[in-house]
Design a protein around this ligand. Structure first.
Ligand code: ADP
Ligand code: ADP
Length: 229
């Protein structure tokens, strides 16, 4: 079965105001799908439904062939990791922040994921390494670093499926390419569904879903979409 299937999904936050209307698309295993579209199109809502913050009103969502409603939450979380936009940095050590999603991870694992997201450098900024205090009580991470720490946290739990919401906040170009590299590293050997805000992320994806006013306006690889538009 595909990693993720949206089948005729309908949803609204309030009665009489549909946000998603008969949304259907499939995310094949081991591929990266980018969701694009204007602000308010319903892109983040797709991820919120996958995270089961809300239930669909019509249609169904399947993960690895199983209806979302039939998954046990803990089992689902182990299969599908979510990196939210603007995930908070907790006041505590780097280790505290990393162990949230994977309490059993070793220091070696933590150093490896930090390197994957180009954050190995923060370990050298303080002689205490993983014991460095971050957040309000210690080293303040930049917005880009905080975003990559959230990605590292999710990667540590090693979910085969990754849901990403690329930040819209203005990152400087160095941070932008660093985040792109981190997303690319995270995408290797995984299925990724990313709400994309960067053209580079879109162009490097296997499939693009164009969402407009809660409807799928187009699906396909970018070569195909450029041809038909
Ligand atoms: P996008 O990610 O494409 O910008 P969203 O999925 O965030 O779009 O939002 C789609 C629509 O749903 C918008 O009109 C937004 O105002 C509305 N919306 C989003 N979240 C909520 C919420 N929690 N309660 C009510 N309306 C919401
Ligand atoms: P950048 O230069 O990468 O854009 P900034 O240093 O301007 O990022 O930080 C952006 C925002 O991210 C800050 O205003 C703050 O709200 C939040 N932030 C950054 N580091 C932390 C942290 N360690 N704990 C909580 N919030 C943080």
């Amino acid at each position: 079965a595909p990693a993720i299937e949206f089948h005729e999904v309908g949803f609204g936050y309030t009665a009489g105001r549909p946000i998603l209307d008969r949304v259907s698309f499939t995310v094949p295993r081991g591929t990266r799908t980018a969701v694009v579209g204007p602000s308010g199109a319903g892109k983040s809502t797709l991820l919120a439904l996958l995270e089961r913050f809300y239930d669909v009103h019509a249609g169904s969502i399947r993960v690895e062939g199983v209806d979302l409603r039939s998954w046990r939450r803990t089992a689902l979380r182990a299969r599908m990791g979510y990196v939210e936009q603007g995930a908070p940095v907790l006041a505590g050590t780097l280790r505290d922040n990393l162990l949230l999603a994977a309490p059993d991870a070793s220091d070696e694992d933590m150093r490896r994921v930090l390197a994957q997201v180009n954050l190995a450098e923060v370990l050298t900024r303080d002689p205490l390494g993983l014991d460095a205090q971050v957040g309000e009580a210690g080293v303040l991470l930049s917005g880009g670093e905080a975003q990559r720490l959230a990605l590292a946290r999710t990667l540590l739990a090693a979910p085969p499926i990754l849901l990403l919401d690329e930040a819209t906040s203005a990152l400087d170009s160095r941070n932008e390419s660093t985040m792109k590299q981190a997303v690319d590293a995270a995408s290797r050997d995984r299925t990724v569904l990313v709400v994309a805000h960067r053209l580079a992320t879109v162009l490097d994806s296997d499939q693009i879903v164009v969402l407009d006013h809660g409807r799928v306006a187009a699906v396909g690889p970018h070569e195909e979409l450029l041809h038909t538009s």
